[in-house]
Design a protein around this ligand. Structure first.
Ligand SMILES: [Fe+2]
Length: 397
């Protein structure tokens, strides 16, 4: 519709990258986000920050039909950032606003860029336990997806990579390390895994346990309890222990870094647990999840830090920017961990579920390597926040 005009205008229209927008919102800077997408797009998925984002919704076509009336509705007392689906039509709105004397910038790449933006945050770790090592939580803010880079010495492992494999390559290079292993905690249903591509580009082994599904990706097999060394065999290195944690999927696998940091995938979040229904076996997978939560994790002490693969909203991001909770805290407050009876736990699941992700079946097939993915389709499939959690009501048992 406006592609030609957009390309011409972009050169002169001031833009703002997603990272800058989120940094400003997180710092409580006063600005107004002007969302010009259509009603349905706006209702389904919006820009969120760690602080409230003051947002005004005026669809782009309203600006076309009656520009002056729409411009008059936009407050003049603060900077405006206009956002649309891909950063095109919002350029024209920004130009209109600037011509009318308002301070306005365009969100470069729109909601597509917002959904793909990756923000690395260093997880605070105990230097005595993980000497010469670090864990980075890579927060895909627009979707609520978390991936991880674990570095020890010059070795790095990437866990639950988003599909932008080049981003992880660059990030690990900046850490002056090399990717020696790529792991997925499970076959993801909400986003396309970058794991296979990243592993191939890095010539590193790739692991995912797709138990119960046909898999057409080359994978390395890892056994429950197996210990992966990172950064050397001596004291300077660290251990990552493989823990099978079936439930969210039959092959779900957690990774215990050192003794105190558990990458749980979608088994246990900081406020809920992973939904066990997406395979169509809610009873069997729900029972498996119950035993994982109550038996498999029982041997771990309360001070283990839970580092999940997803979160539901920015209020789950801690003051240090990390999404994490101690296992002891979750044992006290997570409603799903309060349900001591297996049948009651399984019975609580259906009511706790949001609608499944729109394209989850296609995403699962792609992540299993069963169907190729075209870049345009990938972008469409991944639009919107994740819907990975099951939220049980408290006092269900
Ligand atoms: Fe998942």
């Amino acid at each position: 519709m406006t592609d030609e005009v957009t390309r011409e205008s972009t050169e002169t229209t001031p833009g703002m990258e997603v990272g800058e927008l989120l940094a400003r919102v997180d710092a409580s800077e006063r600005l107004l986000l002007l969302d010009v997408r259509n009603d349905e797009e706006f209702e389904t998925w919006r820009c969120e920050g760690r602080r409230h984002v003051d947002t005004l919704h005026i669809p782009y076509f309203d600006f076309i039909e009656d520009p002056s009336a729409c411009v008059d509705r936009v407050p003049r007392d603060r900077p405006i950032v206009a956002v649309c689906a891909q950063g095109g039509s919002s350029v024209m709105v920004v130009d209109m606003l600037r011509e009318a004397g308002l301070s306005a910038r365009n969100l470069v790449g729109g909601m597509v860029a917002y959904g793909q933006y990756l923000q690395p945050v260093k997880v605070p770790t105990d230097a005595a336990e993980l000497p010469n090592a670090e864990i980075w939580q890579v927060n895909r803010r627009g979707k609520g997806c978390l991936s991880y880079v674990i570095r020890s010495g010059r070795d790095a492992i990437v866990v639950d990579a988003s599909r932008n494999a080049a981003w992880y390559e660059n990030f690990v290079r900046e850490l002056e390390a090399v990717i020696v292993r790529v792991l997925d905690t499970h076959v993801h249903a909400d986003h396309l895994s970058g794991g296979p591509a990243l592993a191939a580009r890095s010539r590193a082994p790739y692991f995912v346990n797709a138990e119960g599904s046909e898999l057409r990706q080359p994978v390395e097999r890892l056994a429950d309890g197996q210990e992966l060394r990172l950064g050397g065999q001596g004291r300077e290195g660290i251990t990552v222990r493989v823990m099978t944690t079936p439930g969210h999927t039959p092959g779900s696998t957690a990774f215990l870094v050192g003794r105190g940091y558990l990458l749980t995938g979608d088994t246990l979040f900081v406020r809920s647990v992973g939904r066990p229904d997406l395979g169509g076996h809610v009873d069997a997978w729900g029972r498996a999840l119950f035993h994982t939560l109550h038996d498999r994790l029982a041997s771990l002490p309360d001070d283990v830090m839970i580092l999940p693969a997803h979160y539901a909203g920015p209020d789950e991001i801690g003051p240090d920017g990390v999404v994490a909770a101690s296992l002891g805290t979750l044992r006290r407050i997570a409603p799903e961990l309060q349900i001591a009876d297996e049948d009651a736990f399984v019975a609580s699941i259906p009511a706790s579920l949001a609608p499944p992700p729109a394209a989850y079946a296609e995403i699962i097939r792609a992540n299993l390597g069963l169907s190729p993915v075209e870049p345009d389709k990938a972008t469409d499939w991944e639009l919107g926040k994740n819907q990975c959690a099951a939220h049980a009501s408290p006092a269900t048992s």
